[in-house]
Design a protein around this ligand. Structure first.
Ligand code: F6P
Length: 361
């Protein structure tokens, strides 16, 4: 039998733990299966353009704790609507080029490490006959079928650390500090960081809020002698009956960038209550840096299971975490179906029991 060869891509917004997955896939494939591995550069773009690097044992040495991805990523590239250059007038369907590259390298499988968008595209390539195994990555934790994506724990840790620091200056200056977090249409990152930092108000996309109620909470705290408040708001949260606030749009893909809700809230609080307020947007800091030990372990588990599935010939799936067990889940159920916080989830309930307001009642 000829030697097996596994392709790997990292696509979509990066997060801590990508290198840990790459390392685990490659070491498992080489050590346990005598296979070879090749990494395509900058997500699907590398498959379109046949840009790659051989992933040897040496190449993946000492990358476990490194943030980012040694393969590069791109969340603007979709092979079904592809732009070779920025000022190209219309996108092109170059998905067949991905298939050609896959065949040229004689891959036994392609491991796609990505979030909701990447795994949806991966499902399309699965339908085109490629042997795909997904690995769920994202700080947003919004991939269907898994209890936790890798990268999420690191982002919660970074955000909590930042909010703890913001709390001390909020207290000194008797201010309301509104902290805006990432997450797109899912509130997991804001919810967990909000609970971990003991925030007074947590606002998430899944629970539309009232500015009146948020202001009442801040005033109530002030009257009871608590002269500062911490409000965590997800970039995708919205005032009841209003639209999500957009910061802009990617010129090429039309994908919207969320942002601005934090400023809206702090301006409204200051105008309505007279209490001085400031906004802090945590931004890409949440995606950067070294993975937490938990994420290093999870990424290593995900990587080796993905490689094992690829070797066993189990395709069209993504690895996932169920309870404390690593399992796999069909890609077709992941595609275009982000996992959001159920408004009656245990996490929301426990936050309410410690007097956190969600701005809804
Ligand atoms: O999906 C990950 C994520 O960090 C979201 O939380 C955020 O909305 C988005 O990516 C930001 O993307 P970009 O880096 O393209 O602005």
């Amino acid at each position: 039998m000829s030697e097996k060869k596994i392709g790997i891509i990292t696509a979509g917004g990066d997060c801590p733990g990508l290198n840990a997955v790459i390392r685990s896939v490659v070491k498992f494939a080489i050590n346990d299966c005598g296979a070879r591995a090749v990494g395509f550069l900058d997500g699907f773009r590398g498959l379109v353009l046949n840009e790659y690097v051989d992933l040897t044992f040496d190449r993946v040495s000492n990358i476990l704790s490194m943030g980012g991805t040694i393969l590069g990523s791109s969340n603007r590239d979709n092979p079904f609507a592809f732009y070779y250059i920025d000022d190209q007038k219309e996108p092109m369907d170059v998905s067949d080029k991905v298939v050609e590259t896959y065949e040229r390298h004689d891959l036994s499988a392609l491991i796609c490490i990505g979030g909701d968008g990447t795994l949806s595209m991966s499902h399309e390539f699965s339908k085109k006959g490629l042997n795909i195994v997904g690995v769920p990555k994202t700080i947003d934790n919004d991939v269907q079928g898994t209890d936790q994506t890798f990268g999420f724990d690191s982002a919660v840790s970074t955000a909590t650390f930042a909010i703890d620091k913001i709390r001390t200056t909020a207290e000194s200056h008797h201010r309301v500090m509104v902290i805006e977090l990432m997450g797109r249409t899912a509130g997991w990152l804001t919810l967990f960081s909000g609970i971990a930092s003991g925030s007074d108000v947590i606002l998430i996309p899944e629970i539309p809020f009232s500015l009146d109620i948020v202001c009442e909470k801040v005033v109530e705290r002030s009257v009871s002698g608590k002269r500062y408040s911490i409000i965590c708001v997800a970039e995708g949260a919205k005032v009841s009956g209003q639209e999500v606030i957009l910061e802009g749009k990617d010129k090429r893909t039309g994908v919207v960038r969320l942002g601005g809700i934090g400023n809206l809230i702090s301006n409204e609080i200051e105008t309505r209550t007279g209490i001085e307020s400031r906004t802090s947007v945590l931004g890409h800091m949440q995606r950067g840096g070294s993975p937490t030990p938990y994420d290093r372990v999870l990424a290593t588990r995900y990587g080796s299971r993905a490689a094992a599935l690829a070797m066993e010939g189990v395709f069209g799936v993504t690895v996932c975490l169920k309870g404390n067990e690593i399992d796999h889940f069909p890609l077709e159920k992941v595609a275009n179906n982000p996992r959001r916080v159920p408004p009656d989830s245990e996490f929301v309930k426990i936050a309410r029991t410690v007097s956190t307001s969600f701005g809804d009642y």
